[in-house]
Ligand binder design. Structure first.
Ligand code: NAP
Length: 271
């Protein structure tokens, strides 16, 4: 565990890529209406959905500044390099988001690199350990709540003062379909994701009208390493890029609108 989040890159801020490469007209419009490329913090950006989110923001917003947070430095390096080839300024911050002290230092570390607070914070980091209620040990229970729920609380708490002072900013919570409904054999994960959905709702209730937006996304089964060894038919799972593009589009809506709770599910049904 790294106790101090630290920049992994001294990366150059590259020129913008042509707007023609943008995936959506909506994003092109939003991008051009911003006075500067957005700064986005993404937790769990070393792989899976978090890496897909980083790439989707890099594609959608030429010159985007990406603060990529996770524990695995090598995988963070790989994500950052891919984003930089798309024209982003991407920096990795090695940080265990369950570590209160490390998370508390994260805003200053990000500000030191990018010289400003973020526009968007995506609480994506999380872990999935399938287990029935009876098979859920206290260790599994604590790990699911720590990595999926307490982590997002800590990260949000760390960045909230800057958002409140500036009176703008999007907090995105990557909950789960297990944050809305109950599926068998993932008891502690279900508790954690229901808690995360509640955390987002509580924050939204208290920040409504202040310029902040709180988005909660409920993805169903998505094809990431979380499903390795599960034996499921991977062709039934959603593509991480599709989920990521949806999140980018939702945070690109006019500031008059907030996508409060959005469910994305495999078109063939839940796994
Ligand atoms: N895949 C699905 O079917 C699915 C469905 C619904 C919701 N989700 C949610 O989507 C999010 C991403 O999941 P995924 O499928 O992409 O999983 P994944 O491939 O296992 O990636 C999880 C990410 O979270 C990071 N992470 C985990 N614990 C961390 C910690 N303590 N500190 C910092 N980073 C940590 C990991 O980075 P390091 O290991 O490098 O730290 C990794 O980048 C999770 O919140 C998950 O619950 C996934």
């Amino acid at each position: 565990m790294q106790s101090v989040p630290r920049p992994r890159y001294s990366g150059k801020h590259r020129k913008y890529t042509p707007a023609a490469l943008l995936p959506y007209k909506l994003m092109a419009k939003k991008s051009s209406s911003r006075t500067r490329p957005p700064l986005i913090v993404i937790t769990g950006a070393s792989q899976g959905l978090g890496a897909a989110l980083a790439l989707a923001y890099a594609r959608a917003f030429p010159g985007a500044k990406l603060a990529l947070v996770a524990r695995n430095a090598r995988n963070l390096d790989a994500t950052a390099t891919r984003c930089e080839t798309l024209g982003s300024a991407a920096h990795g911050f090695v940080c265990d988001v369950t570590d209160m002290a490390a998370v508390a230092r994260l805003p200053a570390a990000v500000a030191k690199v990018f010289r400003r607070p973020p526009d968007i914070v995506v609480n994506n980091a999380g872990r999935f350990t399938p287990a029935s209620f009876a098979a859920t040990t206290p260790a599994i229970f604590d790990d699911m709540l720590g990595s999926n729920l307490r982590s997002a609380y800590l990260v949000t708490r760390a960045f909230l003062p800057a958002f409140a002072e500036r009176k703008s900013g999007d907090f995105v919570f990557i909950s789960s379909i297990s944050g809305k409904i109950v599926l068998p054999n993932c008891a502690a994960y279900t508790v954690a994701k229901h808690g995360l959905t509640g955390l987002a709702a509580a924050l939204r209730a208290e920040t409504k009208g202040t310029g902040l937006r709180v988005l909660c996304i409920h993805p169903g089964a998505t094809d990431t390493a979380a499903w390795d060894g599960s034996g499921v038919d991977r062709s039934r799972l959603m593509r991480p890029a599709s989920v990521a593009e949806a999140v980018v589009a939702l945070t690109s809506l006019s500031s008059h609108t907030v996508a409060e709770d959005i469910t994305l599910r495999p078109s063939g049904g839940d796994i």
